[in-house]
Each structure stands twice: as C-alpha cells, then as structure tokens.
Ligand binder design. Structure first.
Ligand code: NAD
Length: 415
C-alpha cells in the first residue's frame, strides 16, 4: 500500500488528548519513563506484540518511534501533567519525581466543557463561546497553534475525557449537514466530545474515542471522516473486566457450555469512578459493558444454551481503592443435562495501567493507518474497545477474533 498524498511520515507526531486525567497522564509519564529506560511498555501490542508470522510488530510496521511523540491536550482542572499524575496516585512518586521537568512543562489548554454532560465535575478552565460551532473553531485554532509551536505536520487525537451522560442517536447525528446546523443552533444533542471530534476531523486529524459516549459513533461523523479521508475508531477502552469477559465467553461457546447468568460488579475510587457514580454517566458505561455477551453467545443459534441469560453490571464508587479497581464476576454456567456450576473471577486490576498502553497503540496505529490512506471507521481496531464501532456489520467482541482482525491489518499496513 502506498503512503497517502496528505500524510508524509515526518519524524514527529503530535498527540492531542481531550481529557488529561489518570489515563492520559499515566500514558505520558509512561512514555517519558520508557524513553529514559525506567520502564518497559508492557501491555502495548505495537511495542511488544507479534504479527501472524511471529515477527515483532514494531519491526514489521513503519511506526513513529515513541521518542518522537509530542503531547498536548485540553482539560478543565488547570493543573499541569505532573500535578495531575501526582494527584491521580497511579504511578509512584519516586518515578514521577524523575520525570518532573518534562511532565510539568505540559499544561492542558482550557476545555470545551458543559456540566450538563458530566454532572459530577466543575470546570476551573473552560472556553467561552456563542455556540458549539464557535467552540469547535476555537479547538481548531488550538490545534493549528500546537502544530506551529512544535513544528508538526501530523497529529492524532484520542478522547481520554470523562464519560458523558447517555444520549440517544438522533436526527442531528444523521448527516454532516444536520450536525453542522445543530452545532450552530447550540442543540443539546451535541456534546463536548463531538465538538473535539468535529474539530479534529476537519483539521485532518484521526480520532479515537476511549470512553463509551457517542462522540464519533454517529453517521454524521463517519460521513465526515470519509469525506475528509481520515480514520476514526471507538469506543470505550477494553481493559479489565470486559477483556476477561470476552476471553471467557468464547471458551464457553467453544465447549458448548450453557450460561444462565453473569453478574459483574466493580469498586473503584478514582475520578472516573466518581463521574460514573452519576446514574446518567453510568448508563452510558452500562450499555457499553452489557453489549459484549449477545454477539459472542448467539442466543438465536443456540437457544438451549444462551436463550435466557441474566446479565448485570454494577460500578460502585469506593474512594479508598483509588485507581486500583476490583472487578468481581460471578458466573453461572451449566453442563451435561443442565447441571449448574459457578465460576468466580476477582480481578484486582489497575485501571490506568491497563488503559495507557492501549492509548499508545491507538496513537501509533491511527497514524500509520492515515498515512496508508485508510479512512472512515476502522473495524480492525475492535481489539482495543468494549463497544467496537463498525460500518453497519455486527461488532466482533471475541478477543481472539479481534486479534486475528488486528493481525490481518498489520499485514496490510506493512505492504
Ligand atoms: N482506565 C480504564 O481502564 C478505562 C477503560 C475504559 C474507558 N475508560 C474511560 O477513559 C476516560 C478517562 O479515564 P480516566 O480514568 O483518565 O478518568 P479521569 O477522570 O481521571 O480523567 C478524565 C479527565 O477528563 C476531563 N474532562 C471531562 N470533560 C472534559 C472535556 N469536555 N474536555 C476536556 N477534559 C474533560 C476531566 O477533568 C478529567 O481530568 C473515561 O471516560 C473512562 O470511562 C477508562
């Protein structure tokens, strides 16, 4: 595949992150730590994974080196990356102290924010504008300035902001024309994450959505991405509990074991947990987390095994745990002649430690996909997401089927 005319592989790549909280700052600190030889990029497919023939992905693909990433972004809190990383208590203070100079020099730009969409947060630094349209132009100006300041030809954007309240897809989301009209009319069906996405796409910047809110998962944004010749991907990083779920469910299907119930609960005490404590933001997350079993365990094909599953997901905000989430799964399966059995999973994970390498992979893969001329929704990125975006076909949730799609894409991008 030839390099696209728009995208040349200049050395540096700008990384724009709307939402510079725990995940974003763990990524940035991690990249600087790895550059200094203070850590290993564990969990990153592009850095430590292999293609279908056993060749390291980073030898196979012409990826930007992590030495050449330049970070920027937006947030409402007014802190620099060092301050946020310290407050988030994901990485040890000893490590952060060694990175203080680099991390303190990155300060988020004032955000496009509206408390109607994230009820538990209050903004210290936020842009003022007459309409969503006006705010999108301000983000576009920020992007242009960021590129000039750092001498960048290319950027990618990954939404690492809070989960917005649940919004149904509506008429303003059906075409680019309607989306733009709604932005000019300040319509409430437009959310801040859509404003960033619109600004990115119309600035020629690939965009991925790490949270479960709609953002680019609407027809208008797919149309815009295709028109602008830009790849998009989403949504909701697949990190802890759902990653395990999409490994276990295919095993049950393969062994034709039945499933009567799956109760998933989580406790977490970081800011994400606080935001998800609001029922409207939780609903967005719940829909994303619930979607995975239906397609893996096809009830229509196997009603006697999967025709009557009770599936619940809960998230409880519990401050003492901080970013160290505990995810319990109580799974009720049945075997020969319907005899019941139980499986319990207790995953004591670290949310941002699992998410940061996914963000790194999305950055590097979105960039190479854009350079190779891929545009619109990248279904092969499903591997990284809980609720994969597709171009009309049913989403693939099985982690191993997703891995095959990813490896096929590596073959294609390597040509
Ligand atoms: N960590 C994981 O395992 C994981 C997995 C899947 C999805 N996610 C999603 O990733 C996102 C980030 O998670 P986190 O743990 O870093 O959360 P966080 O609360 O630490 O960070 C989110 C940041 O977004 C900012 N923000 C909110 N609205 C904004 C806006 N309109 N513009 C700019 N900034 C805005 C907040 O101020 C905050 O600093 C969340 O939506 C979360 O649900 C995380």
């Amino acid at each position: 595949m030839k390099e696209s005319a728009i995208y040349h592989k200049s050395k540096k790549l700008g990384v724009l992150l709307p939402g510079m909280g725990a995940v974003a700052t763990t990524l940035i600190a991690g990249v600087y730590a790895i550059k200094k030889g203070l850590g290993v990029p564990v969990g990153s497919f592009t850095q430590l994974g292999f293609d279908a023939h056993g060749t390291p992905v980073r030898d196979r693909l012409d990826l930007v080196s992590i030495d050449d990433l330049v970070f920027g972004g937006w947030d409402i809190h007014g802190e620099n990356v060092y301050e946020t990383a310290k407050r988030s208590r994901v990485l040890e203070s000893d490590l952060l102290r060694q990175l203080e100079a680099e991390l303190s020099s990155i300060k988020p730009m004032p955000a496009v924010f509206d408390q109607r969409y994230v009820k538990r947060l209050e903004a210290k630094e936020q842009k003022q504008g007459a309409s969503w349209w006006d705010l999108a132009q301000q983000i576009k100006d920020d992007i242009a300035q960021f590129k000039i300041h750092h001498g960048l030809e290319r950027c990618v954007m990954v939404w690492c902001g809070s989960t917005e309240v649940f919004i149904e897809e509506g008429s303003s989301h059906t075409s680019v024309r309607r989306l733009e009209e709604a932005m000019k009319m300040n319509d409430p069906s437009i959310t801040p994450s859509m404003v960033y996405a619109y600004a990115a796409l119309t600035s020629g910047i690939p965009y991925a959505n790490g949270s479960p809110n709609l953002s680019v998962d609407i027809p208008a944004m797919s149309e815009l991405a295709r028109e602008c010749g830009i790849p998009i991907a989403g949504k909701d990083f697949k990190t802890g509990q759902t990653m395990i779920k999409t490994v276990l469910a295919p095993a049950f299907r393969a062994r034709t074991l039945g499933l009567s119930g799956w109760f998933s609960t989580n406790i977490l005490g970081n800011r994400d947990g606080e935001v998800l404590d609001d029922p409207e933001s939780f609903k967005t997350k719940e829909m994303s987390k619930l979607s995975v079993l239906e397609t893996i365990l096809d009830a229509e094909k196997s009603p006697e095994l999967y025709g009557d599953i009770s599936h619940s997901v809960r998230i409880n905000y519990y401050p003492p745990r901080g970013d160290n989430k505990e995810g319990w799964d109580s799974i009720d399966i049945f075997g020969w002649l319907g005899y019941p059995m139980q499986i319990k999973v207790d995953f004591l994970c670290r949310d941002s430690i699992l998410a940061a390498p996914i963000v790194l992979d999305l950055i590097l893969l979105l960039d190479i996909a854009a350079r190779k001329g891929e545009r619109g929704t990248l279904e092969w990125m499903s591997f990284f997401f809980k609720a994969p975006m597709t171009q009309g076909t049913p989403a693939v949730h099985d982690l191993f089927a997703q891995e095959s799609m990813l490896r096929e894409a590596v073959d294609r991008l390597a040509r």
